[in-house]
Design a protein around this ligand. Structure first.
Ligand code: 0O2
Length: 259
């Protein structure tokens, strides 16, 4: 408590504590979900040839933003009402290279035991009329605090890089025109969404073709050595795995099994 707070009426002090707890629960839920996504991303980068997750970001709606949305939508202005009705206070955005990766990431998240799926909106199979595409997962994740376990709702948006590029620009244009985007621009945006979709489809087809060629098509000199192959998104793993160590390990485990 700061000196300033001493003069605050008790009800304001109580509300501030309650709001702080409320906001923190969403911050912790975001942290939990980010950990889950980063584990998938790092595991894929280390073990497989590529990760379906290109990039992940997060944001927490501000208390002002929450109040504005509750007012705009006519939701009850108590914390329980807000918790129940506003599902995007904690938001995570995952960008993937290919369309199939978005579904793969969705499946990997929704199959985790501690995640309760509340809703999935598939704007990839069913795009919005303006061309918006994305998968939206609304999920509850348990947050373990000192005196209770609180299920907290998080919105996860999963989309390709091309869809994300389009959505960022459309979002800027929408706000610039305060929602009243000129018809010609709406048409151009829809066309751009179609072009982005063609790019997604073509890139995935090309990627599949390259995969079907298999490893043997890769020139010997371009093959990454074992340690470099196991590099994660941030560079190398924190521990080296030199060939000599792997060979010694194999030899010893074979002799243990034999004897
Ligand atoms: P921000 O600033 O990104 O948070 P809701 O309004 O959330 O109660 P709705 O409209 O059914 O209910 O939710 P929906 O369709 O799942 O959309 C939620 C979020 O998806 C939006 O949050 C946007 O982030 C994104 N989104 C949805 N439609 C569009 C679109 O047409 N263009 C773009 N660029 N993004 C979209 P917010 O709160 O609107 O915005």
């Amino acid at each position: 408590m700061t000196d300033q707070d001493v003069d605050w009426p008790t009800d304001l002090q109580a509300l501030r504590t309650e709001l702080t707890r409320f906001m923190m629960s969403y911050k912790f839920a975001t942290d939990e979900m980010m950990t889950k996504v980063n584990i998938l991303k790092e595991e894929f980068s280390a073990i497989h040839d590529y990760s379906p997750i290109e990039h992940v970001s997060h944001r927490l709606k501000s208390p002002e933003g929450i109040l504005k949305k509750a007012n705009r939508k006519g939701y009850p202005l108590d914390l329980e009402g807000i918790r129940e009705n506003i599902q995007d206070i904690a938001g995570i955005r995952i960008t993937c290279s290919f369309i199939s990766d978005t579904y793969r990431v969705l499946e990997m998240l929704t199959s985790q035991r501690d995640i309760t799926v509340l809703q999935v909106k598939d704007y990839i199979r069913n795009p919005k009329p303006n061309g918006y595409k994305s998968l939206h997962l609304i999920a509850a994740i348990p947050v373990f605090m000192s005196d209770r376990v609180q299920p907290v709702t998080v919105e996860v948006q999963i989309r390709t890089v091309a869809m994300d590029f389009w959505a960022s620009l459309e979002h800027k244009i929408f706000y610039k025109y305060d929602g009243a985007v000129p018809t010609a621009l709406v048409g151009e945006l829809k066309e751009a969404a179609d072009v982005a979709n063609r790019l997604d489809v073509d890139m995935e087809r090309l990627h599949d073709q390259v995969l079907s060629l298999g490893d043997s098509s890769e020139p010997e000199d371009n093959r990454a050595p074992v340690a470099a192959h196991h590099a994660n998104a941030d560079g190398m793993l924190p521990y080296p795995l030199p060939r000599s160590l792997l060979e010694a390990f194999l030899e010893q485990s074979a002799s243990t099994r034999a004897g």
